[in-house]
Design a protein around this ligand. Structure first.
Ligand code: 2AM
Ligand code: CA
Ligand code: CA
Ligand code: CA
Length: 272
């Protein structure tokens, strides 16, 4: 990958993130329709779809030969056919978008042959843009992010987006989370996985774990946390995929080691 190509990808990814975030914020103040996707706890709004269309249009205008994997499936082609793949979530935290009108984000990532090149997570409510380019570090609105603090289990603020459903119960996830909650300083749940991972990169949270996330939820956050010096794997410690569902563990590097050690020492049966 040429330096000029990487710079062009970065520029467009940041433009897409900002532009999508601004559009969401504008549309949030006007009436919009809300539909159930699979249930009353799985919402999609007309804004999710409009914003994704907007981002897909921006990408294809500049790079017509790139593929796009987005939550709302605006791009009809098979993502597996493309060497360069944009992995995008127009609104991450739709429930927050509808109820709280804060704590939602847009997530934009660029992968080339499976390697993460650029990640951008934009929080339009706070005008905070978290981004990273492979090998060039991570930033929050141009301030470099570096996870060099030592964080023990007892000192950690841990974030998790567990779904308190039957499957979690069957896998004993509720018990794992309960046990972990007793070990760390505190647990948090914001409701936007991309933003939660960006907060790990910024040191506002020390770790984020999820039983199951989609590729568009963690695509950008993974690159930002890694470029900030953090560790990101599945909960069992294996590499994350870039185009499929997976469990996710994204942490400050010292806390990552402690958390993996703790999960193993307790023989916890975590998902991969
Ligand atoms: P969304 O808002 O883009 O749907 C908390 O709800 C987090 O989990 C959000 O990042 C949300 O993304 C994501 N999420 C919602 N439903 C999910 C599901 N069925 N599986 C995995 N993640 C989900
Ligand atoms: Ca959704
Ligand atoms: Ca999402
Ligand atoms: Ca979404």
């Amino acid at each position: 990958m040429q330096a000029s190509t990487l710079a062009a990808l970065k520029e467009l990814a940041l433009q897409c993130a900002r532009s999508a975030g601004e559009l969401s914020l504008k549309r949030m103040k006007e009436p919009f329709t809300v539909e159930y996707k699979t249930s009353a706890s799985d919402l999609v709004t007309a804004v999710d779809k409009e914003v994704e269309k907007h981002v897909v249009g921006m990408i294809l205008q500049r790079f017509p030969d790139h593929g796009i994997l987005g939550e709302e499936r605006t791009f009809a082609e098979d993502p597996a056919k493309y060497e360069t793949l944009w992995v995008i979530d127009p609104i991450d935290g739709t429930t927050n978008f509808v109820h709280q009108q804060i704590n939602f984000s847009v997530s934009i990532a660029v992968y080339h042959k499976g390697e993460g090149l650029v990640g951008a997570v934009y929080d339009p409510s706070r005008d905070e843009l978290f981004y990273a380019v492979k090998g060039e570090g991570a930033y929050l609105n141009d301030r470099p992010l570096r996870l060099d603090r030592t964080v023990s289990l007892e000192e950690a603020l841990l974030c998790t987006s567990v779904f308190w459903n039957k499957r979690a119960e069957q896998m004993g996830i509720d018990l794992i989370v309960k046990k972990l909650a007793g070990k760390v300083r505190g647990m948090r749940l914001l409701g936007s996985a991309a933003l939660e991972m960006a907060y790990v990169a910024a040191g506002r949270l020390d770790g984020y774990v999820s039983l199951s996330l989609n590729a568009w939820d963690f695509g950008a956050g993974r690159i930002i946390v890694e470029e900030a010096g953090g560790r990101v794997t599945t909960m069992t410690g294996t590499p994350l995929p870039y185009d499929q569902k997976s469990s996710v563990m994204a942490c400050n590097p010292t806390f990552y080691e402690e958390l993996q050690h703790y999960l193993k020492s307790e023989n916890m049966d975590v998902p991969s």
